[in-house]
Design a protein around this ligand. Structure first.
Ligand code: GLA
Ligand code: ZN
Length: 559
């Protein structure tokens, strides 16, 4: 498709069939050309283990096609039906505390439970067989928002196999996990467990490997479905962004045909900055995964409202278009919402929708309709960026945990600040993960890139652009082991001390700025000092093409 996608999640199975014709007519009115169907339809598609019911979905897809609306067809695996849970109680997720969760919400599955994996592939294959040639089909939408953690016995076994592959032998694992500390040395593979609830602080290396393992488990679940769906229509899944998500989206992005993200800003005041950051991340994942145009799809967001501070807050008139423009200017190939029609019942009945409870004769639908018309003649933008901001989800994980020297460094919040400052000066900035091809950038900025593997170190050293690094970069390796001096050669200085600052404390610079979070005492070897503190110690140094800041939040530096 050469134009833009416009639409949202459409859940006709949650409404009486006699409303569908009205939906199709209203979609035409709003210039909707793509709807996501079937995300939570498993119990309708397969009401019993040996009973499939696709008749209703045939009528939905045919009706949409006749109305000129394309379909992003979802596999329903994010919400197994009650019969599945009854037959396979072992496939319910288990929390870190050992509590087996119940059916009654959604995402009631363990990604590593064999019965769940088989049932997922089966329902995906049935959908593929029936609809792969359907003329309305534009895109396959696997699952929904991969991110459910589990700590059950299935995961335990799968984790051990994953660890064997990653570490080879127990000596290597013991070394990587620093198990000499607190007598954690493992003598047999079957002694190793998921990082379940512990008496006191858990092992940070075990936590990191577990997130990587869950991420790989989800990728494997995706691949199994992609293999049966792949054909004419591209295959994707909708990424959910958040610090709780155990998914490394930079690697997941290499598995999808089109990067798609859901985005729900967490604040009203900073919503535009959050949107810009999320959009530039999505484009960065697409580019790093080998799609030079950097195109991506906004699969979901809330039209005209933001849930923040415990309130669904309506946004002023014009906000729907304003939000859409922010994503489109950053390479989105479509603007999609959750959801088409506001639910009357269920757990998300108060969630904003394109058609609110009040019906189509309402300001929100009016705004949606105007936007649809305005977008119908436009095409996606290819964004040209000379500046890259490095954002690493594994580093974001590493900045979590109660073992850290500060709990005040919010990695994503800091990255958003750097991003806002960089975009104010350089207009467009790609937000890319470590390992991305940096040849096209003039400037590469990596704030607080705490966790750096040997591969990341080598990658940074091979970069020929100007680089900005900050305090706390490269402080630990990929197993959360402290690596003092790991960047000394690159920054042309020794880090003598690193002082972690409480929120009430800052360090005054000679030029009147202040630095917070942490401050490093630097002893230059080959670097020049560009800026000092009020009492004369180096605050910003430069070593050939590498600039280094003694605190992670000297954001104004870029202006
Ligand atoms: C997510 C989900 C949707 C819905 C929205 C509500 O993005 O994918 O099913 O729950 O959140 O915000
Ligand atoms: Zn599990």
């Amino acid at each position: 498709m050469s134009g833009l996608y416009f639409g949202g999640d459409y859940n006709p199975d949650q409404w009486p069939e006699n409303l569908w014709a009205q939906d199709f007519a209203l979609m035409r009115k709003a210039s909707v050309n793509l709807v996501t169907v079937g995300v939570f339809s498993w119990s309708r598609l397969q009401p019993a283990p040996d009973h499939l019911d696709f008749g209703w979905l045939d009528r939905v897809l045919d009706g949409l096609h006749t109305a000129g609306v394309g379909v992003c067809l979802a596999t329903p695996t994010a919400s197994p039906p009650p019969w599945f849970t009854r037959l396979h109680p072992d496939a319910l997720p288990v929390t870190r505390q050992g509590v087996r969760l119940s059916h009654g919400s959604r995402d009631a599955y363990c990604i590593n439970a064999p019965a769940y994996r088989q049932a997922s592939v089966r329902i995906a294959a049935e959908l593929a067989d029936r609809y792969r040639e359907h003329p309305a089909l534009r895109l396959w939408h696997v699952h929904n928002e991969y991110g459910t953690s589990c700590f059950c016995a299935h995961c335990e076994h799968a984790f051990r196999n994953w660890l064997r592959e990653r570490h080879g032998d127990l000596d290597a694992l013991n070394d990587a996990w620093s198990t000499a500390f607190w007598s954690q040395r493992y003598g047999r593979w079957d002694e190793i467990l998921p990082p379940r609830a512990t008496q006191y602080r858990s092992n940070p290396a075990q936590e990191l490997d577990y997130r990587r393992f869950l991420s790989d488990s989800m990728v494997r679940h995706f691949r199994e479905q992609r293999n049966v769906l792949a054909g004419q229509a591209p295959v994707t899944t909708n990424f959910v962004l958040g610090d709780w998500v155990p998914v490394d989206h930079a690697s997941f992005a290499r598995e999808v045909d089109l990067v798609a993200v859901d985005h729900y800003p967490s604040t009203v005041d900073a919503a535009q900055a959050e949107r810009a950051f999320a959009a530039d991340r999505a484009r960065g994942w697409a580019r790093a995964a080998g799609h030079p145009d950097g195109h991506w799809l906004l699969m979901e967001h809330a039209p005209g409202a933001i849930q923040a501070d415990g309130v669904v807050q309506s946004l002023p008139k014009g906000s729907i278009a304003e939000a859409a423009e922010t994503y489109l200017a950053r390479g989105a190939v479509g603007i999609m919402y959750f959801q088409w029609r506001a639910s009357r019942g269920g757990a998300e009945q108060w969630h904003p929708a394109m058609i609110p409870h009040e019906g189509p004769d309402s300001p929100v639908f009016d705004e949606v309709t105007r936007l649809g018309a305005a977008l119908s003649t436009r095409t996606p933008v290819v964004v040209d960026a000379e500046v890259a901001l490095i954002y690493d989800e594994q580093t974001m994980w590493a900045w979590q945990g109660d073992h850290l020297p500060t709990r005040h460094l919010n990695y994503e919040g800091l990255a958003v600040r750097w991003h806002a400052a960089l975009t104010a000066v350089h207009r467009t900035v790609d937000v890319v993960p470590p390992g991305a091809d940096l040849r096209h950038y003039r400037l590469v900025v990596a704030p607080a890139l705490f966790l750096m593997s040997a591969a990341t170190h080598a990658w940074l050293r091979s970069c020929t652009a100007d680089i900005v690094l900050t305090a706390a970069c490269g402080a630990v390796d990929e197993h959360a082991r402290v690596t003092p001096g790991s960047l000394d050669d690159l920054i042309g200085a020794r880090v003598i001390t690193r002082r972690w600052l409480p929120p009430s404390e800052s360090v005054a610079l000679a030029d009147g700025r202040t630095a917070g979070l942490c401050f490093e005492t630097l002893q230059p070897t080959t670097a020049r000092v560009l800026i000092t503190t009020a009492d004369g110690s180096p605050a910003v140094i430069r070593n050939r093409r590498v600039t280094y800041t003694a605190a992670p939040d000297l954001v104004e530096l870029v202006t």
